[in-house]
Design a protein around this ligand. Structure first.
Ligand SMILES: C[C@](O)(CO)[C@H](O)COP(=O)(O)OP(=O)(O)OC[C@H]1O[C@@H](n2ccc(N)nc2=O)[C@H](O)[C@@H]1O
Ligand SMILES: Nc1ncnc2c1ncn2[C@@H]1O[C@H](COP(=O)(O)OP(=O)(O)OP(=O)(O)O)[C@@H](O)[C@H]1O
Length: 303
């Protein structure tokens, strides 16, 4: 627990983590961002955000990594409440309580998830009933990954990843996530990508990967998973190579760094394989802990 007591009543939103099954990265743009072909897939690992009326904007957090979550106005949940309130000339007087299961600074869009969840929770608490388009605009202002946290499922993100097209996705796909010690800074990983990839090509989605998603073909998806940020994440955190190897040795069909890392993702064929690969990863000593999850998962949802 970090920063106060659990609130009594309020509006609660559940929101998923993501894995990028394809992350194609182009050269740095003049504004410092990178154009992407970003194929997002939501996974069944969830944070929850509860909004309750309060005298002032406050954030509390519980969960194993709560001490690494900022409780000031830099928290994306707080920023979401502020942006929504400002649009309506309101004061953002709300208590936001985060139940955090998504790894912090882990490349699974945990902060983005809390931003999207807080937005939806405050919208309901304040009776605003904002159009979906308005919520998506605010999400894009909060961060490149935030719109996807709102919509969930599977989507292709272009531009800096914020312009979404929903994708057809079957499933279930079964995953194991290995959580590393500490986080990686997303800007640092993009900067390392620039250093390693001076000739980055314009990004494009892979038709074979989109086909594997829509048919629910795990073997085909395993053959097409790709993350252009992986060499940069491994360069900054060389120990990730051993984690990736340990999961493959344990029978995972494919292994990749999740987004900007350092969480690593392992696609497996079924729930039994997930249990076995997770146990082998923990026994290998190459990660801090593991999570198993399935996809697709729904986006931010009022409970
Ligand atoms: C790595 C991913 O998680 C993959 O989905 C995202 O691209 C990162 O999305 P995010 O954390 O929401 O990132 P933002 O908060 O929008 O941007 C943080 C920083 O990441 C870098 N950034 C982010 C997105 C992008 N398309 N190009 C970038 O270069 C920039 O340095 C930016 O200042
Ligand atoms: N609600 C939040 N939860 C966690 N971190 C937050 C939150 N709000 C702001 N942050 C800040 O954002 C930083 C990145 O955390 P986050 O968990 O979003 O990383 P990430 O999952 O790697 O993001 P992405 O996958 O979108 O690049 C943290 O180190 C923290 O300082």
């Amino acid at each position: 627990m970090n920063g106060g007591a659990t609130p009594a009543a309020g509006v609660t939103v559940r929101v998923p983590a993501k894995v990028n099954v394809q992350l194609a990265v182009g050269p740095a743009r003049p504004d410092g961002f990178h154009d992407l072909a970003n194929v997002f897939l939501a996974v069944s690992l969830y944070d929850e955000v509860t909004a309750t009326p309060a005298d002032t904007l406050t954030v509390t957090c519980e969960g194993p990594d709560a001490d690494r979550v900022p409780l000031d106005r830099t928290n994306l949940a707080a920023r979401a409440a502020e942006l929504l309130a400002a649009r309506h000339g309101l004061s953002p007087d709300v208590h936001l309580h985060i139940r955090k299961a998504i790894p912090v600074a882990g490349g699974m869009a945990g902060g983005s998830a809390d931003g999207a969840a807080a937005l939806l929770a405050c919208d309901a608490l304040w009776g605003l009933d904002s159009p979906r388009e308005t919520l998506l605009e605010i999400c894009a202002e909060l961060g490149s990954d935030v719109p996807f946290s709102l919509v969930g499922g599977a989507a292709l993100g272009v531009g800096r990843g914020e312009r979404l097209t929903g994708l057809s996705v079957a499933g279930p796909f079964h995953w194991v996530f290995a959580v590393a010690d500490g986080g990686l800074s997303t800007p640092a990983v993009y900067a390392e990508f620039d250093r390693l990839t001076p000739d980055a090509a314009p990004p494009a989605a892979s038709p074979a990967l989109l086909d594997a998603l829509s048919t629910g073909d795990t073997t085909a998806l395993a053959a097409t998973l790709v993350n252009d940020l992986q060499p940069a994440a491994v360069s900054l955190r060389p120990s990730l190579a051993a984690t990736l190897r340990a999961g493959l040795d344990a029978g995972a069909l494919a292994a990749l760094v999740s987004g900007s890392g350092p969480t690593t993702a392992f696609l497996v064929k079924d729930p039994d394989a997930a249990t076995a690969v997770a146990a082998a990863l923990r026994a290998s000593g190459t990660c801090r802990t593991t999570h198993t999850a399935t996809s697709p998962a729904p986006g931010a949802t009022l409970l």
